[in-house]
Design a protein around this ligand. Structure first.
Ligand code: C2G
Length: 706
């Protein structure tokens, strides 16, 4: 019988998938030992069939023990002849155990193949990829480069004879205590290609880190402790190579970065020195020269010498980046020259949508500053040349001047994230206005990330680094305030003021502004205006930051039907790079994607068509009709983002799936308004009631002294 040991603490979301894969095994002679500190609660959470099946044993552990300690408790309870470890957030192919046991061939251990996966999948290898078993000899240590005991099938005899146990005090690297002595005791390990283990890539390193995503501090402590303990016994050269390489890689990957802060060297140098002195010189010789120099300095020199060396190294490394990385030279000057100059207390730098426009809340905060605060100087980040009221300095994003002002301005006002290269200085105040009431899940609330060039874990890590820098964040309504706190991990000052960008929607001289806008855009004044403003799709792109949009709205049909009465303004989201071809639609459809300020377009329109864009939350301030053209709602909701509110029951207008439905709705817009009156009122109360036309004033009062 095979005893499968499954620590299940904190993985309640995934465990059913893991147990399912165990229940599905073609090799049925197993027991599953499921370890948890509250087995009653766990039993309520898992599928009934696992409780009825006596092969699944739920074993209660003390609270707050490490995964290693839980596995050791499992080992005590094992009744099988073979032992196998499965993590409760992973799963295995249905013939995994059978393949492993059949290929053991009299050896005491066997290993199968690991796969990384982000999603639940039942996808198993295609036959073409299948290969026979191979035998690992001296290279068997490569099988634990991930320092994990997973996916070995092990004879219980061997475990007993060697008295193998996991480290219990350490959260991470605990498996090394088990697998290194195990590999030392055998000569060969058969490796079975067909036996698959799916290792889940975890999505939330901030609030639910997997062990690998634990803070560096913890991992360093554990790594040093385990390394030192293992080094006490005599090890084969191969085992030493594995351990030394793990240590050196850890140093290179994590500690060099950590030691950019020189105080960290003071805290950790002694522990590091004691540990790194044990590295086998012949292993060290195989590593690159720069690493060798670092390690030798740590081994034989004082903390002060090492500190001095690492300071020089940081500058050299940044200088090298200066030659290789785009904007690297400017970043170097930013860091080593501009950042050394004092902050300018009266300087404010404004940016909206990455310098793409003079718009959104930063624009209205700026205008309010012009009105009510003298004594400040202003810089606008703008990628195209443009004359602005108040004649501020304008700089292009990522120009040398941009870096200069970013280093020197005491105040930063932006509605999107700053670039990763931005370093927040002590004393700097960063006001983040954000750019919409969230409908689609945000940052920390996202399960998967489908944007190019990133994954959920990376995305969230970067995002939380950014939100850590925000001193103030604006909330347009109570609903957003609660979501922002959670999804942005935000604990600083929330300005619950409503959106500065919506102040203009409440002004009295509306008709005048509207005429102005229509003139500026060259629109006919005798026609009613439909504004079509959809959002972008995470998975449709040309490259990072440039998204595709394919127009599904049948403009020809709309023109034919409504051309006498209406015109339509087409407003693409600012990350959409697709060009529109409007031949034949002249005088009816206008591309206003480049128009700076969407708030002005709201004012100039009589009706909005959108999809999952936050624009409708703002537009509802006008109490004008809103239609939702949601032809891809299933994909958008299920696969891409997920929503915070129920689109079917809570929106102030109908969901329309086809062009036919859109035509009908426009034709009967009066009836729709009546039908949705009650919902519209409820929606307005919930999302618009903080917007009173004075948000800019309140924000300026809270952030900028007179
Ligand atoms: N926007 C616009 N034109 C569009 C779509 C959006 O001008 N066709 C502007 C609006 O000001 C809108 C903002 O960009 O409020 C954000 O756009 P969303 O479509 O909501 O999408 P996103 O940029 O992903 O931000 O909490 C809000 C979310 O983060 C959404």
């Amino acid at each position: 019988m095979i005893s499968i040991i499954i620590p299940a603490e904190k993985n309640e979301n995934y465990i059913d998938r893991a147990l399912e894969s165990v229940a599905d095994q073609t090799y049925a002679d197993f027991e599953a030992l499921i370890l948890h500190s509250n087995t009653d609660a766990l039993k309520r959470a898992v599928g009934q069939k696992f409780i009825k099946d006596a092969r699944f044993r739920f074993i209660e552990t003390p609270k707050d023990i490490t995964a290693g300690a839980a596995r050791n408790i499992g080992l005590e309870a094992v009744t099988g002849e073979y032992v196998y470890f499965l993590d409760s957030d992973d799963y295995i192919s249905s013939d995994a155990l059978q393949m492993l046991i059949e290929n053991m061939d009299g050896h005491p251990i066997v290993r199968g193949r690991m796969r990384r996966t982000e999603h639940d999948s039942s996808e198993i290898e295609s036959a073409a990829e299948k290969r026979r078993t191979t035998i690992f000899h001296r290279n068997r240590y490569n099988l634990v480069r991930n320092h994990s005991a997973l996916h070995f099938l092990i004879k219980k005899d061997l475990i007993d004879r060697l008295d193998l146990k996991f480290a219990e005090a350490e959260q991470t690297y605990s498996d090394l205590m088990f697998v290194i002595p195990m590999l030392e005791a055998v000569e060969v390990v058969p490796f079975v290609y067909e036996a698959l283990y799916f290792r889940r890539r975890r999505n939330d390193p901030i609030t639910h880190p997997s062990l690998r995503q634990m803070p560096i501090e913890q991992r360093m402590h554990d790594m040093f402790a385990i390394y030192n303990r293992l080094k006490q016994s005599r090890l084969s050269f191969e085992a030493e190579t594995l351990l030394d390489t793990l240590l050196l890689n850890f140093y290179r990957k994590h500690l060099i970065v950590k030691f950019k802060n020189k105080d960290e060297i003071d805290v950790h140098f002694e522990g590091l020195q004691e540990t790194i002195r044990k590295v086998n010189p012949s292993v060290l010789k195989t590593k690159d020269k720069v690493l060798q120099l670092d390690v030798r300095t740590i081994q034989s020199r004082s903390r002060r010498t090492f500190k001095r060396l690492s300071r020089v190294r940081d500058v050299l490394r940044d200088a090298k980046r200066g030659f290789t990385k785009r904007n690297g030279r400017k970043e170097f000057i930013y860091k080593y020259s501009y950042m050394k100059k004092p902050l300018m207390d009266d300087l404010v730098i404004f940016e909206s949508f990455q310098g793409k426009s003079y718009s959104d809340s930063p624009k209205y905060i700026y205008q309010q500053m012009l009105k009510s605060r003298s004594g400040y100087n202003h810089v606008w980040v703008l990628n195209k040349k443009q004359k602005l009221p108040g004649d501020p300095v304008t700089v292009k994003r990522f120009s040398l001047k941009y870096y200069y002002y970013m280093a020197r301005a005491k105040y930063i006002v932006s509605n999107v994230r700053m670039p990763n290269s931005y370093i927040k200085r002590a004393g700097q105040k960063y006001l983040q206005t954000w750019h919409g009431t969230p409908l689609k899940r945000l940052a920390g609330d996202m399960d998967d990330v489908h944007m190019p060039g990133t994954n959920a874990a990376k995305y969230k890590k970067n995002f939380s680094k950014e939100t850590d820098k925000w001193d103030y964040l604006i909330a347009p309504n109570a609903y957003s305030s609660a979501i922002f706190k959670r999804a942005f991990w935000f604990t600083n000052t929330m300005l619950e003021t409503g959106y500065p960008r919506n102040d203009i929607l409440m002004t009295d001289d509306n008709p005048v502004i509207i005429q102005d806008i229509k003139e500026k855009l060259g629109l006919p004044k005798d026609k009613k205006v439909i504004l079509y403003a959809p959002t972008w799709r995470d998975d449709e792109y040309y490259k990072v930051g440039q998204y595709k949009f394919s127009m599904q709205l049948d403009l020809e049909r709309l023109k034919e039907k409504f051309g006498d009465e209406y015109i339509i303004l087409l407003r693409m989201h600012y990350v959409v790079a697709s060009k529109m071809d409007l031949t034949g639609l002249e005088g009816f459809a206008y591309d206003v994607s480049k128009y700076d300020d969407v708030s002005e377009l709201y004012l100039a329109s009589d009706m909005l068509i959108t999809d999952y864009s936050s624009v409708f939350f703002d537009y509802a301030n006008l109490r004008r009709p809103v239609l939702f053209f949601t032809y891809d709602i299933e994909k958008y909701r299920e696969q891409l983002r997920g929503f915070y509110i129920d689109m079917e029951t809570e929106l102030p207008g109908p969901l329309l799936m086809t062009n036919g439905a859109v035509v009908d709705a426009i034709e009967n817009i009066g009836e729709i308004e009546e039908e949705y009156q009650e919902r519209y009122d409820a929606f307005y109360d919930r999302f618009c009631s903080w917007d009173d036309g004075r948000a800019s004033e309140k924000v300026v009062d809270a952030v900028f002294e007179e």
